[in-house]
Design a protein around this ligand. Structure first.
Ligand SMILES: [Zn+2]
Length: 311
């Protein structure tokens, strides 16, 4: 559900108000185009247009919110600003006078209404978006006394954090994401865990596990630039041999526990390109591929990206 709570206006729902605006503008263009063809821009475009639409219309935790912004004049030069809470998200131009920002949501957040603030063209819009709860599966893990599991190295954490923070202005992907391995899915996104009976507040499964056989191909699900290659010997104790693809505009993919790596940093890959093979390196109990999809640094559910196009 998306409603607008713009204090300065009548408070009517933005999505519904957009339609008549567009209609009247088209009419204005037709009329003006005939009468004053020499001055179409000055007369046809009202100066107060900042239209915002958010997809999906009924989001739940783990979804990626797409904020589409139409402005009448991008002449000011600055991209619109998108913020929610104390965080801001970059908006990129995807068509003339049209911008899009992605806002990630995760299982660690509380469901409920959040206000998304969009400013551009000298105007501000506040949109209230209701993010629904979603029940994620729960696993109960028992660790032997004194065994806290494998700890990541400082180097590993630093490299991975830098990779996930990328917000490359260029958009490399196109259309829906493919699957990176032919194996069946064994663990879905968002699974929560109890360790020895204690709920792990900060844990959720940050990706999808595929049960591909050891040595089976891992391919790029979408185009991008290889921006991270790490190996066990370099200190990637938890990730194991790992490849990270930068899809651009804050969207990154990470592929963990590989046995072999077939690309190097800086390579540009197309969808379906072989990037490595399934293994069990790092913190892994058996051969599988872990694919994590990150949007502006947060792990989101890759499933919507597999079945619909994020423009
Ligand atoms: Zn996993």
């Amino acid at each position: 559900m998306i409603t607008e709570n713009r204090a300065s206006n009548s408070g009517k729902n933005l999505l519904y108000s957009v339609v008549p605006n567009v209609k009247s503008k088209l009419l204005a263009k037709i009329v003006v185009g005939g009468m004053f063809a020499a001055f179409p821009i000055a007369l046809a475009l009202p100066a107060d247009a900042l239209q915002v639409k958010i997809n999906p219309s009924n989001p739940k935790l783990g979804d990626t919110l797409s904020v589409f912004i139409n402005v009448d004049n991008s002449g000011s030069g600055a991209n619109p600003k998108v913020t929610t809470g104390n965080k801001s998200y970059p908006a990129f131009e995807i068509a003339p006078n049209q911008y899009r920002a992605f806002i990630p949501t995760t299982p660690l957040e509380k469901p409920g209404t959040r206000t998304i603030r969009v400013s551009g063209d000298g105007k501000v819009r506040n949109l209230a978006v209701l993010v629904q709860n979603r029940k994620f599966p729960v696993q109960r893990i028992t660790l032997p006394p004194g065994k806290a599991g494998v700890k990541a190295t400082e180097y590993e954490l630093k490299r991975v954090a830098e990779f996930k923070a990328l917000q490359t202005p260029k958009k490399y992907w196109n259309g829906m994401f493919g699957k990176p391995n032919a194996g069946r899915i064994t663990t879905i996104y968002g699974v929560r865990r109890y360790y020895n009976g204690k709920f792990a507040n900060d844990y959720y499964h940050r990706g999808i596990d595929y049960a591909g056989a050891a040595g089976s191909p891992v391919v790029a699900p979408a185009a991008g630039r290889v921006a991270l290659v790490g190996t066990v010997s370099q200190g990637f104790r938890v990730h194991g041999n790992v490849v990270g693809i930068d899809h651009g505009q804050g969207v990154t993919s990470i592929f963990m526990h590989l046995s072999r790596i077939n690309v190097k940093e800086g390579d540009f890959v197309q969808p379906g390109k072989l990037i490595g093979t399934v293994g069990s390196t790092g913190a892994s109990t058996g051969p599988h591929l872990h694919w994590g999809l990150y949007v502006n640094g947060q792990s989101v559910d890759p499933v919507p990206w597999r079945y619909q196009e994020f423009k």
